[in-house]
Design a protein around this ligand. Structure first.
Ligand code: ADP
Ligand code: MG
Length: 239
């Protein structure tokens, strides 16, 4: 479903060039729960930003559900970003004056979807916040705020949830609760999740670990599976 082929991204800081992604190839199938690990500065967020269409590669190919997204206009990319991806960040990114229900409704307002209130309420029920619908962020614990953010990411029925250090601001026990919720979404609802974390304990919730160093993938526990699915994709295209 997601396929990166030889993706490169270079940033220029003053006189130095930083190869944030230095030829990254990766295939992720529907229903996978993948943890991206690696030290600070190894390129994890850059890769997530490219997958989530927040940034463009300088070189290489990105196919999303078989579509080469490199050629899309900025407008088409923004539309696709809103329907294909749900984003969860370490900082929750909630708006201070809005209730949980209003926060979760927001992506549906941008998309002009009907039945917003009901869908937002359903998403909040799915993350176990049925009794917190009218609460504002300051009235919620850190774990509850992150669950609101997860509900907001799910409400659009995305192809993939992209979670960049979702437990980074939480204590261990609360972090585990949030990871259990994400695992349940994969196991029970067939969600596809790509998670960035630098904590091995958090990565253990995922089925597959991709390790990065200096802009390259140095280990992928799902590499055999990925190779198999590449062949499968080629075969099914031919028929
Ligand atoms: P990680 O998420 O693994 O910590 P990042 O993908 O954020 O790493 O960054 C990879 C490298 O690219 C780092 O050296 C970082 O400083 C650099 N970098 C990331 N974004 C930018 C940017 N917008 N401008 C300049 N350098 C950047
Ligand atoms: Mg990062």
């Amino acid at each position: 479903m997601i396929r990166l082929d030889g993706v490169r991204k270079t940033f220029t800081a003053g006189e130095t060039q930083i190869h944030a992604l230095d030829g990254v190839s990766l295939e992720i199938e529907r229903g996978e729960f993948v943890a991206i690990m690696g030290q600070s500065g190894s390129g994890k967020s850059t890769m997530m930003n490219i997958i989530g269409l927040l940034d463009r590669p300088d070189d290489g190919a990105y196919l999303l559900s078989g579509q080469n997204v490199a050629g899309l206009s900025e407008h088409a990319r923004a539309r696709l970003r809103g329907t294909a991806f749900g984003f969860v960040f370490q900082s929750y990114s909630l708006l201070p004056r809005m209730s949980a229900l209003e926060q979760v409704e927001l992506p549906l307002i941008y998309q002009g979807v009907r039945d917003r209130r009901r869908r937002a309420a359903e998403a909040l029920v799915r993350v176990g916040l049925a009794d917190r619908i009218g609460h504002r962020p300051t009235q919620l614990s850190g774990g509850e705020q992150q669950r609101v953010a997860i509900a907001r990411s799910l409400v659009v029925d995305p192809l993939v949830v992209l979670a960049d250090e979702p437990t980074g601001a939480l204590d261990t026990a609360t972090g585990h609760e949030v990871m259990t919720l994400l695992s349940d979404l994969v196991d029970q609802h067939g969600m596809t999740i790509i998670l960035v974390t630098h904590e091995a304990e958090v990565a253990e919730f995922a089925q597959r670990t991709v390790r990065m160093r200096d802009g390259q993938i140095i280990e992928d526990t799902g590499a055999e599976h990925a190779a198999h699915t590449v062949n499968h994709a080629n075969t099914s295209q031919a028929t």
